[in-house]
Design a protein around this ligand. Structure first.
Ligand code: UT7
Length: 330
């Protein structure tokens, strides 16, 4: 099959991680759990937690500034700012608009994308379409998540899993072989109640009962999510590779959503990609929802795991359910 010519490339990436580290041993003091259980079932050792006053928009701004500096662009040159987040600072306006003000990206159209943990891939695909349609030259895509703010810290089945962080990417029209070779996005809204926040929106507005029952915080049927995540990410990996005209053996680095090391290993196995070609940082950061992929991409670049000409496969899965994938030629 012919390899498609990329129309849009990622020029540079950036990340921000809060300084505060919460270890499994810290969690042992908070809920009925053990370091051993968390490591064996999830692969997580520690995660970063933002200070209470830290804003989702501010974390995103810090990642975005690093990406823009590396790309050699000023905030005023950004034509579109797309923020993927499941943890907005407020319902209105969009976190992207708050971030736009913090950045001084005054010439941009700014809006949020909500696709939970798959948000970075959804935002990249929207940005790609925006640029290909000729609506602008430079897109800034930011995934920023303050998962600690929607975590029920008394629920041991979820509170051990999540962390905070932000990642960013600067995109522009491609003019050679580098860039987005293919992508694939899917969702299945029938499975929404397996990973969700029951209340706090317009359906069940915040009230004393909601707060007492912690219905405004995240709930999850872990086992069901686990099975769907492996199935969907394996499918997504396969389809993005087919669309890029590549085979598993052509992949130089697989960057899967970092929710659980067992999900990552199973996805890689189904996709036929050996473990030395799989990027893993879930042990250090836990699941940072949509921010996991850009943070892992940024780290992989910094650590030399991606070089000029590398084929990089991104695969994600999250609430909705949503899932997707993308092949990048670096
Ligand atoms: O971004 C996408 C979002 N999330 C995910 O992808 C997460 C997907 N799911 C998972 O990663 C796994 O399902 C979990 C890590 C959440 C749970 O692992 P599991 O192997 O599916 O365990 P389980 O839920 O079946 O629970 C097994 C046992 C239960 O006890 P009993 O009923 O067997 O007595 C739980 O109560 O483990 C217990 N348990 C814990 N024990 C110690 C649950 N959480 C904990 C804990 N510490 N933190």
């Amino acid at each position: 099959m012919r390899i498609p010519k990329p129309q849009v490339e990622i020029v540079a990436t950036g990340r921000y991680l809060p300084e505060r580290v919460l270890t499994n041993f810290d969690l042992e003091q908070m809920v009925d759990t053990t370091d051993e259980w968390i490591r064996e079932r999830t692969g997580i050792r520690e995660r970063r937690i933002a200070e209470p006053e830290m804003l989702t928009a501010e974390m995103g701004k810090r990642a975005a500034c690093q990406a823009m500096e590396r790309a050699g662009i000023h905030p005023g040159e950004v034509d579109v700012l797309i923020v993927a987040t499941a943890t907005p600072d407020r319902w209105l306006p969009a976190t992207a608009c708050d971030m736009q003000a913090l950045l001084g990206a005054t010439n941009a159209a700014a809006f949020d994308v909500q696709a939970a943990c798959t948000g970075f891939l959804y935002a990249l695909v929207v940005a790609e379409g925006y640029l290909v349609a000729g609506r602008g030259e430079i897109a800034l895509v930011v995934s920023t998540e303050k998962m600690s703010a929607i975590t029920d810290w008394s629920d041991r089945s979820t509170c051990v899993l999540f962390g905070d962080g932000a990642g960013a990417a600067v995109l522009r029209r491609a003019n050679d072989f580098r860039g987005i070779l293919s992508s694939y996005l899917r969702s299945d809204g029938r499975l929404g109640d397996l990973l969700y926040r029951p209340a706090g929106g317009t359906k069940i507005p915040l009230n004393h009962h909601v707060l007492d029952e912690k219905e405004h915080l995240l709930r999850m049927e872990g086992r069901e999510v686990f099975k769907a995540a492996v199935r969907s990410m394996a499918e997504a990996a396969d389809i993005a590779l087919q669309r890029a005209g590549l085979r598993a053996g052509d992949v130089d680095l697989l960057i899967p959503h970092q929710a659980n090391v067992r999900i990552i290993e199973a996805t890689a196995k189904y996709a036929g990609i050996p473990s030395e070609k799989v990027y893993v940082n879930v042990d250090r950061y836990g699941n940072m929802s949509s921010a996991t992929l850009p943070i892992a991409l940024d780290e992989a670049l910094e650590r030399g795991r991606i070089r000029m000409g590398s084929n990089v496969l991104l695969v994600g899965f999250g609430a909705g359910f949503t899932w997707g994938s993308m092949v990048l030629r670096w």
